[in-house]
Design a protein around this ligand. Structure first.
Ligand SMILES: C[S@@+](CC[C@H](N)C(=O)[O-])C[C@H]1O[C@@H](n2cnc3c(N)ncnc32)[C@H](O)[C@@H]1O
Length: 180
C-alpha cells in the first residue's frame, strides 16, 4: 500500500471513481491527514462518517473521537477492520497486544487489528458488526445500534459488469457471519 501511495495510484483512482459515480451535487475531498484537518471539521455536521485510516490504537482512538464530535444527531458512524470485538477476546489478551498493528485471534489463524478492536471497544463497548464492518448511530449524547444489516448490497453503476462476480464473491465471503 505504501508503494502504491508513492506513485499516486490510489489518489488517481479516487478521483476517477468520483467522476464516474455521478454523485448528486458533486463530491468534495480534502487530501490531508486527520491530524491536520480533524480540528477544522464542524461539530455535528456529518450524516455519515466512515473510518478507515490509521490502525494503531492512538490513531484510531483520535479518529473516532473526531468522528463522534463531527457526527450529526441521527447520523451513522461506521468503519471496517473490526474482525473481533474486545469482549470476545480472552481476559488480558487485548491489553497485552493493544499497541501492535496486527495480531492473531487466539486459537485461530485469523488476523485482527488490535488498535481498532481496543479503541472501538473502549468508546462503544459491544456493537453491531458484520464481517468486520461496524456501525453505531448517534442519538443525542449516546451511541446506539445503527441497525445496518448488510441485507442488500448493490454495486455502484460505474463498476463494470465483468467485475461484478469478483465483488459479489468478495462481499459474500465477508458478510456471511454477523454478531452484535
Ligand atoms: C486501510 S487503507 C484504506 C483505504 C481506502 N479506504 C480503501 O478501502 O481502499 C488506510 C488509508 O488511510 C490513510 N491514512 C492513514 N492514516 C491516516 C490519517 N491519520 N489521516 C488520513 N488518512 C490516513 C492511509 O494512507 C491509507 O491510504
Amino acid at each position: 500500500m505504501d508503494d502504491l501511495l508513492r506513485n499516486e495510484l490510489p489518489y488517481r483512482t479516487l478521483r476517477h471513481n468520483i467522476r464516474f459515480a455521478h454523485i448528486d451535487g458533486g463530491a468534495s475531498h480534502i487530501r490531508a491527514s486527520s491530524r491536520q484537518v480533524g480540528d477544522h471539521l464542524r461539530d455535528g455536521h456529518f450524516d455519515i462518517v466512515y473510518v478507515d485510516g490509521e490502525h494503531g490504537y492512538p490513531g484510531v482512538l483520535r479518529d473516532l473521537q473526531i468522528s463522534m464530535r463531527v457526527l450529526a444527531d441521527g447520523g451513522v458512524l461506521c468503519g471496517d477492520d473490526l474482525e473481533i470485538q474486545a469482549h470476545q477476546l480472552p481476559e488480558g489478551f487485548l491489553a497485552a497486544h493493544r499497541d501492535a498493528l496486527d495480531a492473531v485471534i487466539p486459537g485461530t489463524t485469523t488476523g485482527f487489528h488490535p488498535g481498532v478492536t481496543a479503541a472501538v471497544g473502549e468508546l462503544f463497548g459491544p456493537i453491531e458488526e458484520h464481517g468486520g464492518f461496524w456501525s453505531v448511530r448517534r442519538d443525542g449524547d449516546s451511541f446506539v445500534p445503527a441497525n445496518c444489516p448488510p441485507t442488500k448490497v448493490t454495486l455502484p453503476d460505474h463498476v463494470p459488469e465483468r467485475l461484478h462476480p469478483y465483488f459479489n464473491q468478495h462481499l459474500a465471503e465477508r458478510l456471511t457471519s454477523s454478531s452484535v
